[in-house]
Design a protein around this ligand. Structure first.
Ligand code: ATP
Length: 235
């Protein structure tokens, strides 16, 4: 396996407030890795720091063989990282198709196109000329994922993609994960549903209070270990 992303001792601050304390996380090419942990544990901050949305101060962040700490967000995007943000953030006055095409700015070579996204999420075909706001929450999430895929990322970052969605819709969205990986894209997903994270990921990192408290494969982690890492409790 070739290492795609690796952070070593990553810290991040909001002003004087330290949100992350020395995070070591790695993702291999084509791998699916999940970040779990309670609200405020630092998962979204980690995604913001590696994508250049907030500074990853002076630490080493390796992505696709390059040191990217300190790079601007658009440069990191062009290098092959694309984010599906929490809350989807579609452009409300634009159609589904226009939202998808915005994601193609700075596109790298690869398998993703409008047709490929419509094949991945057939529900969007009939809605292609509708405004993003006229969609259900699940369809909006599909557009947000499709928009990120349009740049042909090497690493897709997904922040809480199942939040607020019905179980059937969550299942439909997670059905796309193997197909995305088959196109050669690795996935780093923040998931508040631990069962879902364990079902989809090759490896899991548990965050608590800005630190990684547990990491491993779903097959090796026990419920007691996860509870302790998640809540700081012992059984
Ligand atoms: P959630 O599931 O609630 O998004 P999370 O694990 O993603 O949780 P973060 O959003 O990364 O957690 O928050 C980590 C810490 O940083 C929390 O203490 C939070 O209050 C703080 N924080 C997050 N965003 C900001 C911000 N823009 N300004 C100041 N502090 C922030």
């Amino acid at each position: 396996m070739t290492r795609l992303l690796e952070t070593q001792g990553l810290t991040a601050f909001y002003g004087d407030f330290q949100a992350l304390f020395g995070i070591d996380v790695s993702v291999d090419e084509g791998e699916c890795v999940a970040l779990i942990g309670s609200n405020g544990a630092g998962k979204s901050t980690f995604l913001r720091a590696i994508t250049g949305m907030i500074p990853a101060r002076g630490q080493d962040v390796m992505f696709a063989g390059q040191h990217i700490a300190g790079w601007a967000a658009d440069r990191i995007h062009k290098a092959g990282m694309a984010m599906v943000p929490e809350g989807r953030r579609l452009f409300p006055s634009l159609s589904v198709e226009e939202n998808l095409l915005i994601g193609a700015a700075g596109k790298r070579p690869g398998p993703w196109s409008l047709d490929a996204v419509y094949e991945l999420f057939p529900d969007l075909v009939a809605k292609r000329h509708n405004p993003g706001t006229a969609l259900s929450g699940g369809q909006q999430q599909m557009v947000a994922i499709g928009r990120a895929l349009m740049s042909n990322p090497q690493l897709l970052l997904c922040d809480e993609i199942s939040l607020g969605l019905a179980p059937k819709v969550i299942k439909d969205i997670y059905t796309a994960v193997p197909k995305i990986r088959a196109g050669g894209t690795a996935i780093l997903v923040v998931e508040q549903d631990v069962g879902q994270a364990l079902a989809v990921a090759d490896r899991v990192y548990c965050f608590m209070e800005g630190r990684v408290t547990l990491t491993g494969t779903p097959a090796t982690l026990t419920r007691a270990q996860i509870a302790a890492a998640y809540f700081g409790t012992t059984e």
